[in-house]
Design a protein around this ligand. Structure first.
Ligand SMILES: Cc1ncc(COP(=O)(O)O)c(C=O)c1O
Length: 224
């Protein structure tokens, strides 16, 4: 495989069968999709690129900076994409939990703004949370921002509906799995993959995993 740009290497990650001796589940074929093999290191490369790509032409001339509410992997991908296109990148978050990620983002030239809020992910039902208020202001401002808006941008989900999900079906020789299990942040990946799998087989069951209970789980609630 030969590519002209690193962004063309996003997606088409391998689906690897986990040895039953490792997972210990009987009568279950368990596969892992190795999203960490995306070029910027995670499943979020797909969404970051899909949300940013059409807005990059002319962004530098307009003096825009990419802005996203992210404490980790979306920020990593957007920081590289911004750098590739001569733009600056600003990551706004309540919590930059992992020091290595923070160091890497700073190394990539990102500007990090840490707010004193509670929730790790944007929770619009928490109207007092500084992250919610920042998000509101960002949408109202009409300023020179390229706000990728991962929690509400349909291109986040679409990256997985057109990419990740169909890749899984193709690698299973045209079959959808009985179950699909995914971690939920914005719910873009779980929702998009679920849509693709269910278009293939409406009986597919989807499990979304969250780190802690939250009243607001974006997107995934609309899957059914
Ligand atoms: C490694 C990893 N997996 C899954 C997710 C959740 O993805 P989504 O935002 O599409 O729900 C994230 C979100 O940050 C992530 O970093």
């Amino acid at each position: 495989m030969r590519y002209d740009s690193i962004t063309e290497a996003i997606g088409n990650t391998p689906l690897v069968r986990i040895d039953p001796a490792v997972h210990g589940l009987r009568h279950i074929d368990l596969y892992a999709k190795l999203e960490m093999l995306n070029p910027f290191g995670s499943v979020k490369d797909r969404a970051a690129w899909n949300m940013a790509r059409s807005r990059l032409p002319g962004a530098r001339e307009r003096g825009e900076a990419i802005v996203e509410l992210s404490s980790g992997n979306t920020a990593k991908a957007l920081a590289v994409i911004a750098g590739m296109h001569g733009l600056s990148f600003r990551s706004v978050t309540n919590r930059m939990r992992i020091p290595e990620v923070k160091d890497l983002l700073l190394l990539l030239g990102a500007e990090i703004e840490e707010l004193p809020g509670r929730s790790e992910c944007l929770d619009p039902t928490d109207t007092e949370d500084p992250l919610t208020l920042f998000h509101q202001r960002l949408n109202e401002s009409g300023s020179a921002h390229l706000h990728t808006d991962q929690y509400f941008n349909a291109l986040n989900t679409e990256a997985h509906e057109s990419g990740t999900g169909p890749e899984i079906v193709a690698d299973l020789d045209g079959r959808a799995p009985d179950w699909f299990v995914a971690c939920v942040g914005t719910a873009g990946s779980s929702t998009g993959v679920a849509r693709a799998l269910r278009a293939h087989d409406p009986a597919v069951r989807v499990i979304g995993l969250v780190g802690e209970k939250s009243d607001f789980i974006p997107g995934i609630r609309n899957v059914d």
